[in-house]
Design a binder for this molecule. Sequence first.
Ligand SMILES: Cc1cc2nc3c(=O)[nH]c(=O)nc-3n(C[C@H](O)[C@H](O)[C@H](O)COP(=O)(O)O)c2cc1C
Length: 202
Amino acid sequence: MKVDPATLPWRDAYKLLIGSVLPRPIAFVSTVDLQGHSNLAPFSFFSGICAKPMMVCFAPMIRGSDGKKKDTLANIEATKQFVINIVGERIAAQMNDCAIEFPPEVDEFTYTGLTKAPSHSVLPPRVQESDVQLECTLHQIVTLGELPGAGSLVIGRVVCVHVRDELFEGGKINSELLRPIGRMAGQTYTRAVSDTFDLERK
Ligand SMILES: Cc1cc2nc3c(=O)[nH]c(=O)nc-3n(C[C@H](O)[C@H](O)[C@H](O)COP(=O)(O)O)c2cc1C
């Protein structure tokens, strides 16, 4: 079967994309607005880009319900700062709850009971219960359209990395302890370390 995605309604194109690119890691992004309200939301169009400079990216789409930009993007445009909290299984349920479309003034930390930890170099707080947190300053936003189905690529420079001491072994993060999860299509998640295999390179 061959599909030209440009001919599909955006929701069908979205289903095709999220069913093809998976499992996806999850950036649990904390931001603040100019009044200081905190915001927390998950984004699985997320990737690392390079190590030095350490750069990461994620992509908030335009909201399907009202055609507006998501609070996370509006806050980053205003403050140029964000934190990516890595999602392990322990905080999966709270992360999932933060995908609810709350009005901008709702603080998802309060809603979920997650704890704000002050950041070192940026204003948005970190999620204390997350085992790895990346403090980022905005490098660039690439806008790829303004209608539902479109989105923006947010590229950030990581200016400070926090790793829970117990997970950091010889300069590496122990993924068995991190227990990262990935997002599949729909409402399904996967445990990343339960079924791994190694391939040697010659
Ligand atoms: C696991 C997961 C991954 C998500 N990934 C994305 C994504 O990559 N891009 C996006 O626009 N929305 C994504 N969402 C939906 C947003 O989290 C949701 O729209 C949220 O309300 C945005 O919050 P905000 O308006 O406070 O930024 C995801 C939701 C979940 C549960």
